[in-house]
Design a protein around this ligand. Structure first.
Ligand SMILES: Nc1ncnc2c1ncn2[C@@H]1O[C@H](COP(=O)(O)OP(=O)(O)OP(=O)(O)O)[C@@H](O)[C@H]1O
Ligand SMILES: [Mg+2]
Length: 341
């Protein structure tokens, strides 16, 4: 879906960030250009150290870019006075992996904290705080201290607190990485719901591909401090164009696939629809009489559609061309896999 310029909430232009450390220059981001639309849930993925956290901190100017800049809601952040920048930052909520709650304050007092800072009276802040806790489904625990809450509940408090200043965007840096899968799902559903109900734009930084699959509409892949690829989740996850994207999306969670020991030719096949592939594979074997080996197979659900991917191996002297053409004729995407991917 193409978005018109008026949909744009955030634009990063020619953004670079480097750090000086003991006389050395460390490049964290290089020439980033990215446009994020109002109301979308946008994912940013990349290996550890790629520059993801630096990127979110540049979006709200916690880090000032070394070059280039950020346009938020039509304002170039680099041109703003400190007071104007503080005002704009109130429109950007942020949540983290470690929740960052104030331990000596109750859930409600945590949520009220930014309201108090903004000069809202105690009574009014409390009323708004309770509303926010209601929105995140935590009204009953308003008077609990963080130590008495589960990880998922703590993240709900953090989300309520981030929403207190009525932000246009919520920046989430590994917000579900410390949570178990079930709690992760509950938090993701909450984010999705907030985006839908309040038109909130959400930027999700994660190393967990399934988080992106579950809630994002578009995704950017960062590799070597640059954007390797941007597209809809469907495009990037079913047809990654760059090696960096392939490495991330074809990785078994937490464990890179290693096909190196195998001989012959490997083909990656991507197809739409749950069980449609099995007859294709059966016919392929019948048709070509090649002893096809399945090295890896899994499915992903993106946007309610199921996609399957398989890596098959053909023995050294098989007719790779014929097999590929046969599969393409069946309407599935086929590509040869480099041994190290
Ligand atoms: N304040 C800083 N001073 C010096 N170097 C920094 C600073 N912040 C980040 N870096 C460097 O910038 C690069 C990108 O770091 P960043 O934290 O953005 O990566 P990341 O993609 O978030 O990684 P992870 O997935 O491990 O959180 C790294 O090489 C890091 O060491
Ligand atoms: Mg990080």
């Amino acid at each position: 879906m193409a978005a018109s310029a008026s949909d744009e909430l955030i634009r990063l232009y020619d953004l670079s960030k480097s750090f000086r450390l003991k006389g050395n220059t460390i490049t964290a981001l290089e020439n980033i250009n990215l446009s994020i639309h109002e109301g979308e849930i946008f994912g940013i993925i990349g290996m550890s150290g790629a520059g993801k956290s630096t990127l979110v901190r540049c979006i709200n100017f916690l880090e000032r870019p070394t070059a280039g800049g950020v346009i938020f809601d039509g304002q170039d952040l680099g041109t703003l006075s400190p007071a104007a920048l503080r005002q704009v930052r109130r429109q950007m909520g942020m949540i983290f992996q470690q929740f960052n709650l104030l331990m000596q304050r109750t859930a409600l007092q945590n949520v009220c904290f930014p309201l108090e800072i903004a000069g809202i009276s105690g009574q009014e802040a409390k009323k708004r705080g309770l509303e926010l806790l209601e929105i995140v489904g935590l009204s009953e625990r308003a008077n609990a201290y963080p130590a008495q809450l589960s990880g998922g509940q703590k993240q709900r408090v953090a989300i309520a607190r981030a929403l207190a200043s009525d932000p246009k965007v919520l920046l989430c840096d590994e917000a579900t990485s410390a949570l178990d899968p079930e709690t992760t799902d509950a938090i993701l559903n909450l984010l999705k719901d907030l985006s839908k109900r309040m038109g909130l734009t959400v930027i999700v930084i994660t190393h967990e591909m399934r988080v992106v699959e579950e809630i994002c509409s578009r995704v950017a892949v960062i590799a070597d401090h640059q954007i390797a690829e941007v597209g809809t989740v469907k495009e990037v996850f079913t047809q990654p164009k760059t090696e960096a994207a392939r490495r991330l999306v074809y990785r078994v969670e937490g464990d890179p696939i290693n096909f190196q020991q195998t001989e012959g030719t490997q083909l990656r096949i991507t197809f739409e629809g749950g069980d449609a592939f099995e007859p294709i594979l059966a016919e392929l074997i019948l048709e070509t009489r090649e002893p096809v080996n399945i090295l890896h197979a899994d499915t992903r659900t993106i946007d309610g559609c199921i996609y399957g991917q398989m890596v098959i191996q053909l023995p050294p002297r098989s007719d790779v061309y014929r097999v590929s053409e046969y599969l393409r004729g069946q309407g599935v995407a086929v590509e040869e896999v480099a041994a190290h991917v």
